[in-house]
Design a protein around this ligand. Structure first.
Ligand code: PNS
Length: 165
């Protein structure tokens, strides 16, 4: 059984992420979407890791071979625990590549059985990132072209509660 992991911060999951999930899910027996800690973004999260998992679950509910999880371990170690041989990463632009290449090499150093596969982002979604979505939500913009419809209200509600507190 070929298991792959699609790791990320997913704060929150966007239409760009969902596009990568759907395309990767057809290539493997099982795809695990895993919410992990990005130490560079640690103190500026909108959703907790558990909330992000819930949002992703809502969005992938109809994809039978996609599982959602979260972990606070190193990704290479998590892949070993889950017997996964491949990491899937989406690339939106050449500028993503430098950092992703470094992470791919580190992950393979830590777990020599682990390969990283890059999927180019669909041109329709190259400009979307969770950060841009949060910025738009902060100003009350329409999020239809950015987020899966199942979670738009959750994101708007969360942003409103942040604004009120
Ligand atoms: O969506 P992001 O923020 O680009 O995802 C980055 C993420 C979470 C995949 C990356 O930071 C990660 O793998 N974090 C777990 C810790 C780890 O294994 N770091 C890489 C080796 S130092």
């Amino acid at each position: 059984m070929k298991t792959a992991i699609y790791p990320g911060s997913f704060d929150p999951i966007t239409l760009g992420h969902l596009n990568i999930i759907k395309r990767a899910a057809v290539c493997f027996d099982k795809l695990i979407v895993c919410v992990l800690v990005n130490s560079e973004k640690m103190n500026r999260g909108l959703f907790t890791p558990e909330e992000r998992v819930e949002l992703i679950r809502k969005v992938v509910a109809k994809l039978p071979n996609v599982e959602v999880d979260c972990s606070s371990t190193l990704l290479a170690e998590y892949a070993r625990q889950r017997k996964a041989c491949t990491l899937v990463k989406g690339l939106r632009a050449v500028s993503d590549y430098e950092n992703e290449l470094q992470m791919a090499l580190i992950n393979r150093k830590l777990n020599p059985r682990l390969e990283t596969m890059f999927l180019p982002s669909s041109t329709k979604y190259t400009y979307i990132s969770s950060s841009v979505v949060k910025e738009m939500a902060r100003y009350g913009a329409d999020l239809t072209d950015f987020l899966p419809r199942e979670i738009i209200e959750d994101v708007q509600r969360k942003m409103d509660s942040r604004r009120d507190s």
